[in-house]
Design a protein around this ligand. Structure first.
Ligand SMILES: Cc1cc2nc3c(=O)[nH]c(=O)nc-3n(C[C@H](O)[C@H](O)[C@H](O)COP(=O)(O)OP(=O)(O)OC[C@H]3O[C@@H](n4cnc5c(N)ncnc54)[C@H](O)[C@@H]3O)c2cc1C
Length: 489
């Protein structure tokens, strides 16, 4: 990788990536491609983040009230993707159906298929060489005031010796990429009276795996988002009663909820939001009605949480847990960066965009605006969102609020090929089908002609240019050759 005539020499940095989920893997690949020395620290025993299903839960703290939770993944057993696989591949390593035991060729496969694909991606690009598994990052702080380096303290988690200090390590890196996700730390409602005193079972969806423990029970599911609907439907198979408490009229009055009620009216009921939990087991709703329940499951989303990050106030999370900042374009201050803070984006594509940008800023191939300009840009973003009436909690929601903006940012900050029009159309039609019928949308076959042609050409890739898994040594050789070709500053 050589800089062209007249271009500044590119720099190779030592970079620590916190987290080995989709965002961390995208970061690792782009950083290596740009010639940086990467170390990914992942607390789990494998990469994949959310997609590494864990049958265990934060059992002793089913609400996930203590931060940080111990189990990163919030995936439940019945989960199938809500985004079509055609649009869920890395730009040069598509999420094509693969033959083999345990593989799931469907457009919206079960969660395990995405994990298999992420492992395939790691193999194809030799990424496991730079991943330290079972390694939790405990503390990230500026190394000195004079440099922009960071000290990272981590601990090896093996067996039950996780507080053994000898397993702790402190290292200095030129830069840190934070990619620890935001679907692990539960966000609990703050407006329900009696939660603390209720003696019956309460859990957050983070700790829900299968419906079996709720067989024969009356269960209240709080929250009508994707997880709330999935879990309510899962419970309908075994529970005596399922009561879905919608947080607002807007989330309740949707065609998919109406259809769920029509299909499962013998078990499923819809309610307004929960107002109070009573000592006698009653759950009271905002309209004054109540039911007696055995369990309440809060499907109320997740909060941003960076318990290891010590920036001296430079980057903070707001008191509601909705916003991280100030982050220029949801990614930077310079030597610290965040991949994956954004919400409702096409992944891994948008994470690749961010990761590539970070890698190129660190090498000097791209420059950032002056600090005051970046801060001004963040303030403008917040003001514009407020003026447009977008709730504060959607500050980092790009694709769900303004999908066109997501594609524009991709083109502005990276040289990745733009997302093909048929993929955009497929994503939009999948969302529309989901909103019409959340139970059947994954198995519909009503693509437009445009999408059908796109899918056919995409499937033909299988026979053509998809990179094959390389041996670790071949990848290491490639990376070394890249690094040798790069004029280091
Ligand atoms: C139930 C559910 C369903 C979803 N369905 C979809 C879907 O269908 N389509 C879609 O596009 N998205 C979906 N998502 C969103 C999903 O989170 C993203 O797809 C993606 O996994 C986010 O990747 P990430 O790398 O940012 O975070 P994560 O996958 O959460 O990965 C973060 C990683 O960081 C590690 N980590 C955290 N803290 C530390 C630390 N201190 N030290 C070391 N490692 C650490 C964690 O162990 C984890 O491996 C779903 C999420 C949930 C919860």
């Amino acid at each position: 990788m050589a800089a062209g005539d007249g271009e500044p020499a590119l720099q190779s940095k030592s970079v620590c990536v916190v987290g080995g989920g989709v965002a961390g893997l995208a970061a690792a690949r782009e950083l290596r491609r740009e010639g940086h020395a990467v170390t990914v620290m992942e607390q789990s025993g494998d990469v994949g983040g959310q997609w590494l299903y864990d049958p265990l839960t934060d059992g002793e703290d089913p609400l996930g009230a203590a931060a940080p939770v111990r189990v990163p993944s919030s995936i439940y057993a019945c989960l199938r993707l809500i985004s079509p696989r055609e649009a869920m591949g890395f730009s040069d390593f598509q999420f094509l159906p693969r033959e083999g035991a345990g593989r799931d060729p469907r457009r919206f496969p079960a969660h395990r298929e995405l994990h298999c694909y992420l492992r395939d991606f790691c193999d194809a690009f030799g990424l496991m060489d730079v991943v330290r598994l079972n390694t939790r990052v405990l503390h990230v702080a500026p190394a000195t005031t004079a440099t922009r380096q960071w000290t990272v303290r981590s601990v090896r988690l093996l067996g039950s010796t996780e507080d053994d200090e000898s397993r702790e390590k402190e290292e200095v890196f030129d830069a840190v990429v934070v990619a620890n996700g935001h679907h692990s730390q539960p966000m609990l409602p703050t407006d329900i009276q009696g939660m603390g005193e209720w003696t019956r079972r309460q859990l957050h969806s983070h700790s829900y795996r299968t419906p079996e423990p709720f067989r024969g029970e009356a269960v209240v599911v709080a929250g009508c988002g994707d997880s709330g609907k999935d879990i309510a439907l899962d419970l309908c198979r075994v529970a005596r009663e399922v009561h879905l408490a919608a947080s607002s009229e807007a989330t309740a009055a949707t065609p998919d909820v109406s259809r769920m009620l029509a299909n499962h009216g013998d078990v499923l009921r819809l309610h307004t939001r929960i107002r109070r939990l009573h000592a006698d087991g009653r759950v009271e709703f905002a309209d004054g009605s109540s039911v007696v329940a055995d369990t309440v499951i809060y499907c109320t989303g997740y909060t941003y949480s960076f318990p290891f990050l010590d920036t001296g106030g430079a980057v903070t999370v707001d008191s509601d847990g909705y916003v991280v900042g100030p982050l220029f374009e949801h990614v930077f201050p310079p030597s610290l960066s965040f991949v994956g803070v954004v919400r409702k984006v096409l992944i891994p594509w948008f994470f690749e965009v961010q990761a590539r940008w970070v890698a190129q800023v660190l090498s000097g191939r791209k420059t950032l605006p002056a600090e005051e300009e970046m801060v001004r840009s963040v303030e403008e973003h917040l003001r514009a969102r407020e003026a447009a009436g977008v709730p504060w909690k959607h500050t980092h929601n790009i694709g769900g609020i303004d999908p066109q903006k997501m594609y524009e940012l991709g083109e502005k900050y990276s040289d990745l090929a733009p997302v093909e029009e048929w993929k955009k159309e497929l994503v939009m039609s999948s969302i529309a089908s989901k909103m019409a019928d959340v139970e059947t949308f994954r198995d519909r076959a009503d693509d437009s002609e445009n999408v059908r042609k796109g899918v056919q050409a995409w499937l033909d890739l299988k026979l053509a240019a998809q990179p094959r898994a390389k041996s670790m040594s071949t990848v290491a050789d490639d990376v070394e050759a890249d690094a040798r070709a790069m004029p280091h500053a």
